[in-house]
Design a binder for this molecule. Structure first.
Ligand SMILES: [Cu+2]
Ligand SMILES: [Zn+2]
Length: 204
């Protein structure tokens, strides 16, 4: 009897460990502060790269630092989002650098109509797993990011991109549910294992 219980427990543990998880395929952040407004979308594409899209309006023409910061906590404005999302303990860098924060998305450019149209890929940010940006914050800065290449003491930490002028929490937009038959398959395996055990026990 104890053996049976132990086996059932093991089978159930095995089945739950193999359950699928929700996969986020698209995320969105809404920015609205200091006369700056817009949406930023993050869409999973082939090779698991993320396409950053959308439009932000309200900044004078020029380049401005644009990052994913560690937390989605905006209770004290953009400041409580803390620093750049950096799960690997790297230096601040250019998006194409090997040594960069996961959150380092470089600069975005506002044109003469004070509009930034976003459409670029990043290979390091993800919508699932260790580099997951869901629930964190996107932050737009008052100055250009120097990619860690200047002599400024903040260069290798923040890119010396100045203050935080607007930010938004990154939320789930689209996702795929685990396959509906996954649970059925798991229960079926438990049932099969039980039947097999009963059969073996009967032989002994
Ligand atoms: Cu930043
Ligand atoms: Zn950084």
């Amino acid at each position: 009897m104890y053996k049976t219980l132990l086996f059932v427990a093991a089978a159930v543990a095995f089945a739950s460990a193999h359950e699928d998880v929700v996969e986020v395929t698209r995320a969105i952040a809404v920015l609205n502060a200091n006369g700056i407004s817009g949406n930023v979308t993050f869409t999973r594409e082939e090779d698991d790269k993320i396409r950053i899209g959308g439009r932000i309006i309200g900044m004078k023409p020029g380049m401005y630092g644009f990052h994913i910061h560690e937390k989605g906590d905006l209770s004290n404005g953009c400041a409580s989002a803390l620093g750049h999302f950096n799960p690997n303990g790297n230096d601040h860098g250019h998006p194409h650098d090997e040594n960069r924060h996961v959150g380092d998305l470089g600069n975005i450019e506002f044109d003469s109509t004070e509009t930034a149209n976003l459409n670029f890929l990043d290979h390091l940010i993800k919508l699932n797993g260790r580099h997951n940006i869901i629930g964190r914050a996107v932050v737009l800065h008052s100055m250009a990011d120097d990619f860690g290449r200047s002599d400024h003491p903040d260069s290798k930490v923040t890119g010396n991109a100045g203050g935080r002028v607007a930010c938004g929490v990154i939320g789930i937009m689209d996702y795929t549910l685990p396959k509906a038959n996954a649970a059925t398959t798991s229960s079926a395996s438990v049932l099969m294992a039980l039947t097999f055990y009963t059969f073996v026990a009967a032989l002994m």
